[in-house]
Design a protein around this ligand. Structure first.
Ligand SMILES: [Zn+2]
Length: 314
């Protein structure tokens, strides 16, 4: 076995501690989001499953080769396709999510007619190309181009893609005890989606965050207040190393960065509403602080401004 980190076409495989690994996605290659591997002592647990079965199979193969152990559990942090479309590589494992995430996966990911699905995805790719031509900023252009590349990989995977739903659900917290370590799969509510779970390794002071934490990304906000309060609760756990849903392995300063970003947008939206500003005017006059200027995201900050404006408007 080659030395870690190990490069694969889809991701780079890092060791965070003995028995704890992070697979950091390479952009535009069919992984799309980050995943984690935990050796519980006798069996493995995998956190999130990438956006294509091929990337997920690669992760499973590598995790089992490196540890010499078999995979028993797969966790789904939330229902988004870039974290669950690789589930079928773990069909024989216990797949765990909250009951809400399972329900959302079931209702949102329905592959009916393959040709219709392929046609729809091709049209989406065409639309992305058109948006790229009129992108206003370099960050927006890069974001659209990444989205294009990742969706092209999903399109190529469609003929083999099957939707595999979680087999075991929980509500707030599930603790798995292995001879080597215990892990806690925790859901404190909805933030980026109606239900977001993260994995906490108390003895290792490591957390795999899913999209509750992302790096330099205008991550879509689903529930603003709860997003901030969940991050505050996570900060209290005093982890040292975090794997964000997208981006590099990080220290905990990323918690603050994420929280400050959301809090800032909430504050600006409330000010605009207090001044009875129309949404279009709000978006037009909004000045993105320089520290967020290079952040990516296909809808940019505008997607979140619209969301927040509607959320607080009534
Ligand atoms: Zn997501």
């Amino acid at each position: 076995m080659s030395a870690i980190p190990i490069e694969t076409p889809y991701f780079t495989f890092h060791r965070l501690k003995e028995g704890v690994y992070a697979a950091v996605a390479k952009e535009g290659q069919g992984a799309w989001s980050n995943a984690g591997v935990v050796d519980l002592g006798e069996e493995l647990l995998i956190f999130d499953a990438f956006s294509t079965p091929a990337a997920a199979r690669e992760l499973r193969k590598l995790a089992e080769q490196v540890t010499g152990k078999e995979t028993r559990y797969l966790l789904n942090s939330h229902y988004h396709g870039d974290h669950v479309f690789g589930n079928q590589a773990f069909e024989d494992a216990e797949i765990i999510s909250t009951s809400t995430t399972r329900e959302l996966s079931k209702t949102h990911h329905v592959i009916g007619n393959l040709e219709a699905e392929q046609e729809e995805t091709k049209q989406y790719l065409e639309a992305l190309k058109k948006q790229m031509e009129v992108a206003k900023t370099p960050a927006q252009h890069i974001s659209l181009s990444n989205q294009y590349d990742e969706m092209a990989k999903v399109l190529a995977a469609l003929p083999e893609l099957t939707i595999v739903l979680p087999t075991l659900t929980f509500e707030k917290k599930l603790t798995l005890h292995g001879p080597a370590r215990k892990v806690e799969f925790i859901c404190l509510g909805g933030a980026h989606t109606p239900s977001d779970a993260f994995l906490y390794l108390p003895d290792d002071r490591i957390a795999f965050m899913g999209d509750l934490v992302t790096e330099e990304l205008h991550v879509p906000i689903y529930h603003p207040e709860s997003f901030v309060s969940i991050l505050n609760d996570v900060i209290k756990l005093e982890v040292e190393t975090i794997l964000p849903g997208h981006g590099k392995i990080s220290g905990t300063s990323l918690f603050e960065t994420q929280k400050n970003y959301i809090s800032y947008l909430i504050g600006e939206t409330k000010k605009a509403l207090k001044n009875e500003m129309a949404l279009d005017d709000f978006k037009a006059q909004f000045q993105l602080p320089p520290s967020y200027e290079h952040w990516k995201g296909i809808k940019g900050v505008e997607g979140n401004l619209s969301m927040l404006y509607h959320h607080y408007h009534d």
